[in-house]
Design a protein. Structure first.
Length: 496
């Protein structure tokens, strides 16, 4: 039987960051991962020697002096990351109504670029810039400063992104353009908080980057630092139960019967899965019901493309296309019109700066469309499931080819994933893209604290703060401050 200062359940970005921070600060750490491969959504897979990202496609805030750069500097990994900065004048392109609009990096550049398409909306765009920056200023950890109780970040979780955009401009086309990359948060205009939109938008406008040769490098670097700090990582180790004793958790019992003890336990997996591991009366029925009944974000169908040599140019931007004149596809999801939208991007590789080896396309998909196969194991879902995936992939390919003529002829092979894949690998209900849906109509209901009523059980991950690399990083730091102290840890990070 092993005993540690901290046992961390889950080796996604949050688990690895918590492990990095706590082992760096002298704690003995053990990370338990139920899958064979560490990394969660940082994982990549290889086919024919080519790399495909599964979850992290691009990220903001990694420029010198920016928030994520400083967090990763403290983690001692920032200088080792292989990054490709996206096009300064068009890191995202939004295509609908037969026209394409560009998001530029740098707020002044962002405003000027869109003002070329909306010359009468310059004042509105400047107002948008001002308000986005102001909203972000109210989030302490986003700005690497302690929460002194003076910030009103909850106010911005209580206002919807739809209402916010309507307050910026009555121009419906501009409203849609400004929300054009909402697939990054599975947006619902009357539910998604403006905070989610603002924090993601701000970080990308400050600087948008891709991971060259795959995002698994981030996982690999964090794993290396944890091991160098004396930490332990164990894969193929699913936690079956959290054993209580003396009013706290004493041990994690694995499905193979192994018992691992710790003083503190951090769960980075979905909160409902964490609750299922303990029947402790300290977690009230009302709390369990609230967590288990929370609405989840939409799921996704993804197709991964391998190209013939030197056949498809590398695109140093992300392309969001909408078949209708409304970018809010989640509340308007229609099986018969699928796909209503897609995100298309190429992965940078160190072999060529001109041609892409691989690309990814993502579009929303309801779990209901694959529910009939949920009880079958991976690889044993039969021909009907394979035909379903092929049919969907070819419809998506036809849509992409209309936007990028010649795309279809460039494809060597393709691979697909459905909401069932997401559910299997991330543990989210119904394979949701980003876990729990934050609802501006009841922000306290969907706000999850890292602390629980079990004194030595903490939560972390995308459901504690918000999703994405930056959101999960902030959530991980937030959780670790419960053990290390807010002012102490932020001083260490700021002085890294």
């Amino acid at each position: 039987m092993s005993k540690y200062d901290v046992v961390i359940i889950g080796s996604g970005l949050s688990g690895l960051l918590c492990g990095n921070i706590l082992s760096k600060e002298g704690k003995s750490v053990c990370i338990l991962e139920k899958q064979h491969q560490f990394g969660g959504n940082l994982q990549t897979f290889k086919r024919e020697g080519k790399v495909f990202d599964t979850g992290v496609h691009y990220v903001g805030g990694l420029g010198e002096g920016q928030n994520l750069h400083q967090y990763f500097k403290y983690a001692e990994i920032v200088d080792k990351l292989k990054l490709e900065r996206l096009d300064i004048d068009a890191f995202d392109k939004i295509s609908f109504k037969g026209k394409t609009y560009s998001f530029a990096q740098g707020f002044d550049n962002f405003v000027e670029t869109l003002a070329n398409d909306f010359p009468k909306e310059r004042e509105a765009l400047n107002n948008y810039k001002t308000q986005i920056k102001d909203i972000c200023s109210h989030f302490p950890l986003y700005n690497l400063r302690p929460n002194l109780g003076l910030d009103n970040e909850l106010d911005y979780f209580g206002k919807s992104v739809g209402d916010f955009l309507q307050s910026i401009t009555p121009n419906k086309t501009l409203q849609n353009v400004l929300a054009g990359n909402n697939l990054l948060y599975a947006g619902i205009p009357n539910k998604t908080p403006v905070a989610t939109h603002a924090l993601i938008t701000n970080s990308l406008i400050e600087g948008a980057y891709r991971f060259e040769d795959g995002s698994d490098q981030l996982a690999d670097l964090l794993i290396e630092t944890i091991k160098n700090n004396g930490g332990t990582l164990i894969n193929s180790s699913e936690v079956r139960k959290l054993e209580m004793g003396n009013g706290k958790i004493e041990s994690a019992i694995l499905t193979n019967g192994e018992v691992i003890e710790a003083n503190t336990f951090i769960s980075t997996i979905h909160p409902s899965l964490t609750l299922a591991m303990t029947d402790s009366k300290l977690l009230r029925k009302s709390y369990r019901s609230r967590i288990n009944d929370l609405e989840e974000t939409m799921s996704v169908f993804a197709t991964y493309f391998s190209f013939k040599p030197d056949s498809f140019k590398y695109l140093n931007y992300n392309y969001y296309h909408f078949n209708e004149n409304n970018v809010w596809s989640v509340p308007n999801y229609n099986h018969d019109k699928w796909p209503q939208e897609f995100l298309f991007l190429t992965l940078p590789n160190s072999k060529s700066k001109t041609f892409a080896e691989t690309a990814t396309a993502m579009t929303y998909m309801s779990y209901d469309e694959v529910k009939q196969w949920e009880k079958s194991t991976i690889g044993n879902r039969g021909n009907e499931y394979e035909e379903f995936k092929k049919y969907k992939a070819e419809k998506l390919i036809d849509n992409i080819d209309k936007q990028f003529p010649g795309f279809k002829d460039s494809i060597e092979n393709y691979y697909t994933s459905t909401p069932l894949s997401m559910k299997a690998y991330t543990g989210t209900k119904n394979g949701s893209m980003y876990g729990i849906l934050h609802d501006s109509n009841d922000p306290l209901k969907t706000k999850i604290s890292p602390r629980t009523k079990i004194p030595n059980l903490l939560l972390s991950g995308q459901n504690v703060n918000f999703h994405g690399v930056l959101g999960v990083t902030v959530a991980s730091v937030f959780t670790c401050t419960e053990m290390l102290g807010m002012e102490y840890l932020l001083e260490k990070i700021n002085n890294a």
